[in-house]
Write a protein that binds this ligand. Structure first.
Ligand code: DGY
Length: 293
């Protein structure tokens, strides 16, 4: 805020939670720059109301909350924050992989009931990672950072990617012991993991999603988890955040995190810093640092 205030007049949303769409439409009028969060829907209505806008700086790497085509049509630069959140998101992905394969959520809930009877030889047996295959869907910065960490756990890695290298999606799904999603949300990736995809996975396999909720058909996932079509899932993102598919709450074989991927102090500071530098650069007539291309 201090950096922004040195460079321009700043109006800030200070309310609780997320600014309403109506308020965003009303307040964007007359502003040259907008710094947005993933929870702010910067759709055509907002962009059309922002007739003076030069830049929309998203404080996130994902930008499915912004109608980039509408912005581009009006010559508005859209920026995001790639790179600075790669490690934090890859670490959180591994936290979910470990939590779901070692049944940490179930165990933690049990201890908190004060009814855990103590150690037992066959209690809460999970899946060992060494020697297993990690399937990475989407081999960009975050997918690669998740892959880099796999060697430490003795896992082999297979991946798919937009550029066509890696293995076909069907093969990845049918051979991986853990499938981890790292694709952006686009028309092509919406419900990429549907009932048919889940049916292709091994019954002993786990699904982890730290990308965007709508990449997974949540109703199909709940059905697959309930019917033990797959062994478990670790989710950080949901189809209709903050709403979570009701059936997931009753299932022991799913770990539910509240969109924590980039949530470290270091990373959130770096994201804020990059979003601010992008906004100031464009407003000063300079090239944006990390434009959405
Ligand atoms: C992102 O950056 O896209 C995350 O989901 C929010 O930090």
């Amino acid at each position: 805020m201090a950096r922004l205030e040195e460079a321009c007049d700043v109006e800030r949303f200070d309310g609780d939670g997320v600014i309403s769409h109506d308020e965003l439409v009303a307040r964007v009028a007359g502003k040259q720059g907008l710094i947005a969060m993933v929870t702010d829907m910067v759709d055509r209505a907002v962009i059309e109301a922002g007739t003076s806008l030069k830049v929309i700086a998203n404080a996130a790497v994902g930008y499915n909350n912004i109608d980039v085509a509408a912005a581009r049509a009006r010559g508005i630069v859209v920026t995001n924050t790639p790179g600075v959140l790669t490690d934090a998101t890859a670490d959180l992905t591994w936290a979910l992989i470990l939590a779901v394969t070692r049944r940490l959520g179930e165990g933690e809930r049990w201890v908190r009931t004060r009814e855990w009877p103590g150690w037992a030889f066959d209690q809460l047996l999970g899946m060992e990672l060494r020697g297993k295959q990690l399937g990475i869907v989407g081999f960009g910065r975050i997918g690669r950072a998740v892959a880099d960490r796999a060697a430490a756990f003795g896992m082999t890695v297979a991946h798919t990617s937009r550029s066509g290298d890696g293995i076909p999606m069907d093969r990845l799904l049918s051979t991986s012991d853990v499938v981890s999603l790292h694709v952006p949300l686009t028309a092509d990736t919406r419900h990429l993991i549907d009932q048919a995809a889940l049916a292709r996975m091994k019954r002993t396999a786990y699904l982890v999603n730290t990308s965007r909720g709508p990449v997974v058909d949540e109703a199909a996932l709940a059905w697959a988890l309930k019917n033990r079509l797959i062994a478990g899932a670790g989710l950080d993102v949901y189809e209709r955040e903050p709403i979570v598919h009701d059936e997931l709450f009753a299932l022991e074989n799913v770990v539910l995190a509240p969109h924590l991927g980039s949530a470290t102090s270091e990373t959130r500071t770096a994201m804020a810093d990059l979003a601010v530098r992008n906004a100031i650069a464009v407003l000063s007539g300079e090239a944006p640092i990390t434009p959405v291309t």
